[in-house]
Design a protein around this ligand. Sequence first.
Ligand code: SAM
Length: 297
Amino acid sequence: MTINYQSSFQGKPDGKGSLYLVATPIGNLEDMTYRAVRTLQESDIIAAEDTRQTRKLLSHFEITPSELYSYHEHNKAASGPELIRLILEGKNLALVSDAGLPAISDPGADLVQLAISQGIPVVPVPGANAALSALIASGLPTTSFTFAGFLPRERKDIRNVLSGLRQVQGSLLFYESPHRVEKTLVHLQEAFGNRRIVLARELTKRYEEFVRGTLEECSAWLQEHPPLGEYVIVVEGESKAEAELAESAWWRELTVSEHVSHYEQEGLNRKEAMKKAALDRGVPKREIYNTLLAAEE
Ligand code: SAM
């Protein structure tokens, strides 16, 4: 491997421009930074996920872009190389997504890789981000954390991802839309048991809320308060006790349903199988029952 060295502000290599990754607010427009405004103002090109949305933001800050290009999930294969060509010609390009940091659950990562492969400086212009804003106010440990973004759509893929995260000891950060958040809590409970979580909703906006409780408590809360707006779900990592228990457990790779099925296959009826699984996991039988019920819905 050869070193790829970048000195962001000391001299310009070969007359190339730079790629600036510019954070924009996740709700509250006051979270726009001075540097973001200046960078957008001074760039030769702004590439935006949704040009209509970005035009509104630019007009709010009285920024007149020289050129506005579209760069999103569905045109990135064609648009990416074109943008890189323009940077190689000497244009400075600012990339923005609809909200927050570009390249975090947003298009951008591919453009960054292309730029690096062409020796183009990639310069972060940091600012608002939903996951970290949720984490710092969650009350759950912040010393180590894993950002998991959006879960996949298929049940099997969800289970695979969650089973890979089961033994992570730091806090876990998920993005979720309002119409999937309840189902996601069911999957989380099935994979992790009744851990503590925080539902962080509408961050930085007028109706910002934090719901802190166990997975069971927060699911019950959502029954009473139907989900609305954008969510970050922060889940506590594996506890020491869980780790010690799981260390020695034969069932540690199994979901709750797989665990119960295992005992059923050994000849126990459903009730006995649930009781044994509850005993293994050190949780009340009701928790196993609720998890199975929710997973079957
Ligand atoms: N790039 C963005 C960032 O840096 O946070 C994330 C973009 S991703 C496409 C959108 C998801 O981020 C939403 O579905 C939601 O899970 C989360 N999100 C964005 N804004 C949010 C907000 N104001 N409050 C809570 N979650 C938010």
